[in-house]
Design a protein around this ligand. Structure first.
Ligand code: ADP
Ligand code: TYD
Length: 211
């Protein structure tokens, strides 16, 4: 769907684990609801079958090759787009704005730690051609600070959450933003500040899509 005139706004939050994406996504959804604007909050990996299977892999339940995990994320994303029951396209086409925690930039950044980014981009090309975010909000936090937050708040750290990996992932995000700068609208927000200040900047970045 390339014609943005015909659908509701689509906003994506991106960032390394612990950067504050979920917090900001929830605040944005709450703000929109308070304004009387309907909103469909969602996330990837999804809470549907493929997404639940992926979460099992990430927490170490099932051992699979990294390329298999990357391909499962592609499948989960296509289901998230095209499903008639829980698909984002149905919501957007019926006029409901969608706010999503992670989308294909997460794949670009996380999976290209282990394989070429070109492969990951190619594997995600149907999603990228079908639906681009009106705004991808990248909450930027130094990996050391993200690790502190993760350690404080979680009993289990998932596979990706080691300092070296998070640093590589952050660098990959910036590489992907550079590679896609002609077609994507990316807003980078400093996540190393109080939640309310970040929220104000997020709203400045996206409010134009809701007027
Ligand atoms: P993510 O979804 O990116 O992993 P979360 O929103 O779950 O991040 O935040 C990770 C942890 O950090 C949570 O415990 C959250 O309350 C806390 N947190 C979020 N934003 C901030 C912030 N700006 N300053 C300090 N702590 C924060
Ligand atoms: P998530 O539950 O959003 O983690 P967090 O709340 O800590 O940010 O995502 C789970 C993990 O999945 C996260 O480490 C990033 C990873 N991931 C990928 O590796 N590829 C992808 O395409 C996506 C969407 C997520």
């Amino acid at each position: 769907m390339s014609d943005t005139e015909k659908r509701a706004p689509f906003i994506v939050f991106e960032g390394i684990d612990g950067s504050g994406k979920t917090t900001q996504k929830n605040l944005l959804c709450r703000r929109l609801s308070a304004m009387g604007i309907p909103v469909y909050p969602t996330r990837e990996p999804t809470d549907e079958k493929i997404g639940r299977f992926i979460r099992g892999i990430l927490s170490g339940d099932t051992a699979v090759d990294n390329r298999v995990t990357a391909a499962l994320f592609v499948a989960d994303r296509l289901d998230h787009l095209f499903s008639k029951e829980h698909g984002m396209l149905c919501e957007l086409q019926s006029g409901v704005p969608v706010v999503c925690d992670r989308y294909y930039f997460s794949s670009y950044a996380y999976h290209s730690v282990d394989m070429p980014m070109e492969w990951v981009m190619q594997a995600n090309s149907i999603a990228a051609q079908t639906l681009r975010a009106d705004c991808t909000v990248f909450i930027d936090l130094p990996p050391e600070k993200a690790m502190e937050r993760i350690r404080k708040n979680r009993e289990n750290t998932e596979l990706f959450e080691t300092l070296a990996r998070l640093s590589a992932v952050r660098e990959n995000y910036f590489r992907a933003f550079e590679l896609t700068k002609d077609t994507e609208n990316i807003v980078i927000i400093d996540g190393d500040r109080p939640i309310e200040e970040i929220e104000k900047d997020v709203w400045q970045a996206v409010k134009g899509f809701f007027q």
